[in-house]
Design a protein around this ligand. Structure first.
Ligand code: ZN
Length: 450
C-alpha cells in the first residue's frame, strides 16, 4: 500500500504571530531575525520601489514553512539559502516554503525580491496611517507600531530585533537619510546610492528611510556624533531649536546611563502631513516641521524623543499593551529636563497642573490602554505623573538607580523585553518597598489616585 508521506511526516509551520496579547497577528514565530539587508532602488517622484530584502535568521524550531509580515508591493521571487522557495500572500502574511525544511537552531538566509508602489496602512492599534508615506516632497517612513511591513518583508514585532544595513538608490539631487551611520554615497550617473548600517539591533517599527531635499548638519559637543537632516528653509531655526541636544544627552546619561547607540540626530521632515508630532526612530528621530519655531518652544518634544532612546529603543516592550514603559518614561523625561533647566518649582507646578487637568478627564487604565486607542494621551500624561509619584514614594536615589537597573537588565544580547511587572520588581529591589498597591492604583485603575 502506498502511504501518503503526510501521514508519517509532521509539517511544522512557524506561528503567524509573535505572541502579542493585544495584536496576535503581529510578527511571527519559529525564528529569530538577526540582520536585514536592504538593497532598494527608489523613485521618490512616482513612488516606485524595486529591490531585495535579505533577512539572516536562526530557526528556533523545525520549519517546513514560516512567515514574514509584508503589506502591498509585489513579490517577484524568494530564495532561502540561495534556493528558490515557494511563497504565498495571505493578506499581510508572506508564507514561505523553502525547498529544504529548516532545522531547529539552523541559521538561514531569506532573500525577497520585490517591486511596486509601497503605501501606508491603517494601524491595528489606532485609526492612523503607519509606514511608508509618499508625497510631492519625497518619502518618509514612520511605522509605530506595525508599519515596517509596508516597505520590507519583516518580522514586525519589537520582540525580534535585528541590525539593519540599507543601500538606497535615488535620482540626484534627492538625499536619503536612514538609521545608523552613513557609510558612503556611490555615484551611479543620474542616480546615487546611499549606504547606511546600524551598529545595534533595532525593533522594526524604529527603522526609517527618508528621501527628500535635506541639508546634513553635524553637531559638536556630544559623546557620540550627532548628524541632523534639516530642510534648507528651516536650517537656522532648527539649528537653534535642537542646539541643546548635546547637553540633553549628557543630562539623560547621568540619570539613565550612557547613551546607548553609535550616533544620534534628528530629521525635520519636509512634508507637513507625513508625521504628526515626532517619532523616536532609532538614532534619527523624526520631527514634523511645525515643531520648528526658532525659539525652543517645543524643547519638551526634543527631550521626549531623545529619552526614548533609553526607554523604547534600547529597552523595548514585550507586549504592546505595556506601551507605558515607553511613553510614560519619555513623557516624564520632559519633566526632568524642565526641572534641570528651570528648577524644581517648575517641576512641581507642572505636576500640579497635570493633576488638575487629569481630574477633569475620564480616566483610563494606562497599564491596559484601549486596544483600538493604544496611544491614548493618558498613557503619556497620567503615565508621567505616575512616575513622578513613584519617584516621590521611593526617593531619588532608589528611583534613578532603579531606572538604570531596569535598563541594564533588559538591554543587550540575550536580554528579555520587559513587562510592567518587571519594572515593578526592579523598583521594589532598589527601594526595599512593596509596590504592588502603588502599581495597581496608578496603572490598573481608571480613576486618579488621591
Ligand atoms: Zn513617545
Amino acid at each position: 500500500m502506498k502511504v501518503h508521506a503526510c501521514q508519517h511526516h509532521h509539517h511544522p509551520r512557524g506561528p503567524a504571530g509573535a505572541g502579542d496579547l493585544y495584536y496576535p497577528g503581529l510578527g511571527n514565530g519559529g525564528y529569530n531575525a538577526r540582520h536585514y539587508d536592504l538593497d532598494l532602488k527608489v523613485d521618490p517622484v512616482g513612488n516606485q520601489v524595486q529591490g531585495r530584502a535579505t533577512m539572516e535568521a536562526a530557526a528556533t524550531e523545525n520549519l517546513d514553512t514560516f512567515n514574514l509580515d509584508f503589506h502591498g508591493c509585489q513579490v517577484d521571487g524568494v530564495l532561502v539559502n540561495g534556493q528558490p522557495a515557494t511563497f504565498a500572500r495571505e493578506e499581510d502574511e508572506l508564507v514561505i516554503t523553502p525547498a529544504e525544511p529548516l532545522r531547529q537552531g539552523e541559521d538561514f538566509r531569506v532573500a525577497v525580491d520585490y517591486s511596486g508602489s509601497p503605501q501606508a496602512k491603517t494601524s491595528v492599534c489606532s485609526p492612523f496611517l503607519v509606514g511608508w508615506k509618499h508625497s510631492s516632497h519625497g518619502i518618509v517612513v514612520d511605522s509605530q507600531p506595525d508599519g515596517a511591513q509596508t516597505w520590507l518583508p519583516v518580522n514586525d514585532h519589537p520582540r525580534d530585533k535585528a541590525t539593519y544595513s540599507m543601500k538606497v538608490e535615488v535620482p540626484k539631487p534627492f538625499v536619503v537619510a536612514a538609521n545608523g551611520s552613513l557609510l558612503g554615497i556611490e555615484d551611479r550617473g543620474e542616480n546615487q546610492a546611499f549606504s547606511f548600517a546600524t551598529r545595534d539591533p533595532m525593533a522594526s517599527y524604529l527603522a526609517t528611510v527618508n528621501v527628500g531635499n535635506y541639508v546634513l548638519d553635524q553637531q559638536e559637543g556630544a559623546a557620540v556624533p550627532i548628524r541632523n537632516y534639516f530642510p534648507p528653509e528651516l536650517l537656522e531655526k532648527a539649528r537653534y531649536d535642537f542646539g541643546r541636544t548635546p547637553e540633553m544627552m549628557e543630562f539623560f546619561a547621568e540619570r539613565f546611563g550612557p547613551y546607548p547607540f553609535e550616533n544620534y540626530g534628528v530629521i525635520v521632515v519636509n512634508d507637513p502631513d507625513a508625521v504628526s508630532g515626532a517619532m523616536e526612530t532609532q538614532t534619527l528621530s523624526l520631527f514634523e516641521p511645525g515643531l520648528v519655531t526658532g525659539d525652543r518652544a517645543n524643547e519638551d518634544v526634543v527631550a521626549h524623543e531623545l529619552a526614548h532612546h533609553w526607554f523604547g529603543n534600547l529597552v523595548s516592550v514585550s507586549q504592546w499593551r505595556d506601551l507605558w514603559l515607553h511613553e510614560g518614561f519619555a513623557s516624564y523625561a520632559e519633566w526632568l529636563w524642565l526641572e534641570h533647566t528651570e528648577g524644581v518649582e517648575a517641576l512641581d507646578k507642572k505636576a500640579a497642573k497635570t493633576r488638575d487637568w487629569l481630574e477633569r478627564q475620564p480616566g483610563i487604565t494606562i497599564g491596559e490602554p484601549p486596544k483600538d486607542d493604544l496611544f491614548n494621551g493618558q498613557v503619556y500624561i497620567k503615565g508621567a505623573l505616575a512616575l513622578h509619584e513613584l519617584r516621590k514614594k521611593v526617593g531619588d536615589e532608589a528611583f534613578f538607580s532603579g531606572c538604570r537597573a531596569y535598563l541594564t537588565r533588559h538591554a543587550g544580547e540575550g536580554a528579555v523585553n520587559p513587562t510592567i511587572e518587571d519594572l515593578q520588581k526592579v523598583m521594589e529591589e532598589n527601594s526595599g518597598q512593596q509596590l504592588g498597591g502603588f502599581f495597581q492604583d496608578w496603572l490598573y485603575k481608571a480613576e486618579l489616585p488621591a
